[in-house]
Write a protein that binds this ligand. Sequence first.
Ligand SMILES: *[C@@H]1O[C@H](CO)[C@@H](O)[C@H](O)[C@H]1NC(C)=O
Ligand SMILES: *[C@@H]1O[C@H](CO)[C@@H](O)[C@H](O)[C@H]1NC(C)=O
Ligand SMILES: *[C@@H]1O[C@H](CO)[C@@H](O)[C@H](O)[C@H]1NC(C)=O
Length: 397
Amino acid sequence: MAVQTKLATILFLTSIFYGHEVSTDSDVGLNTVEMIEKHGYVCENHDITTEDGYILTFQRIPHGKNNDNSTKRPAVLLMHGLISSSADYVNMGPNISLGYILADIGYDVWLGNARGNAWSRNHTTLDIETDAEKFFDFSWHEIGYYDLAAAIDYILGVNGDDSLYYIGHSQGTTSFMVLASTRPEYNSKIKVASLMGPASFMDHQRTTLLVVLSKYVNELEKMIKKYKIYEIPFLEQIRKFASDFCSNADNIEICEDVIGLIGGEDKPQFDFEKFPVILTNAPSNAALKQFLHYAQLIQNGGFSQYDFGKDKNNEIYGTDTPPAYDLSKISAPVAVYYGKNDQLVPYLDAQTVIKKLGNVANDYLVPYDLFDHLDFLFAKDVVNMLYLELLKVMQNY
Ligand SMILES: *[C@@H]1O[C@H](CO)[C@@H](O)[C@H](O)[C@H]1NC(C)=O
Ligand SMILES: *[C@@H]1O[C@H](CO)[C@@H](O)[C@H](O)[C@H]1NC(C)=O
Ligand SMILES: *[C@@H]1O[C@H](CO)[C@@H](O)[C@H](O)[C@H]1NC(C)=O
């Protein structure tokens, strides 16, 4: 109920305040490339084609602001979460966001964009509009199995090294675990994977909206077929509306409350001047199946492949229920970072996945009790609370 009330309040108040823009942050309104270039860094777009025909556009920051590209740099791939994009890793600007920090301390930085998001909406044979049903027939399973595999091979081809560093947030951790468990040959191409908010086991999930949604996952699937909704709807409208609304200082409290509904509440660490910057590019587009697959995990327990129902499961997997991802196949070193106040990836579920991983490079509960799901990217003090630790561990590999 609280959610609906707050959303209704927002809709009402927008009609009054619409149009007042007060945020002065100069990154408002810019996409990933424009932000990076504005801050004086080189940014390249790279098109990567997957085995199943999706054309993904990744951004690369080949070197730091004040250094050239003559020295050989280790590659690092950063992968965003659900309904998000490469902007996650540059939104907070230089000295805070990982994209810039990694470039400045000597890495060849690659910012991923999963199939279907704002950057990755082309395909070698499918048209995103006329073939929408086929185009959006994927979950984070395919993002891990195809997108990450193609990206890693492409990046290593350009960089020249035979392995790279991986960093993922939320769905970016899920897709990594999919890849490394279903295509174990990719483990040797990973120096160390840093997983921030490892979304996999959902036994302690209490986020009201997700839990309710998961109860109706079968009905939702039928509706999607009936109404031909393949992509998560209204994201662009939500983005435009929220970035206008939350640019107005008078509305900050409401925006704070709504943010709190997503993944936890940590007002002391959230920089509300940055809110309109974040909302310029998020939420980004995604397939409804990505949501449904997470909802299935809440409903069914465990960390398993997509559940198509008994008949189709038998056809595809040869079993009534979908197979669990076998995390013991992940041999690459994996460092896990998690927050005490993360409502989307509760710390008890993070500890479950750590127990199943064979090669744990770091088990790090961020030492700050309010640390929530968005703090991994946007906390004011994220460098001191998390990134120094994460970078130190990377340097051991
Ligand atoms: C360095 O940058 C220049 C100009 O952007 C480019 O032509 C060259 O290929 C780059 N070299 C390497 C090793 O990436
Ligand atoms: C980042 O830190 C450097 C060195 O302290 C400083 O010169 C620069 O202005 C900072 N950049 C931003 C955008 O805050
Ligand atoms: C989509 O990809 C095809 C190649 O398969 C290319 O010819 C076309 O220009 C691309 N469209 C856009 C909008 O980039």
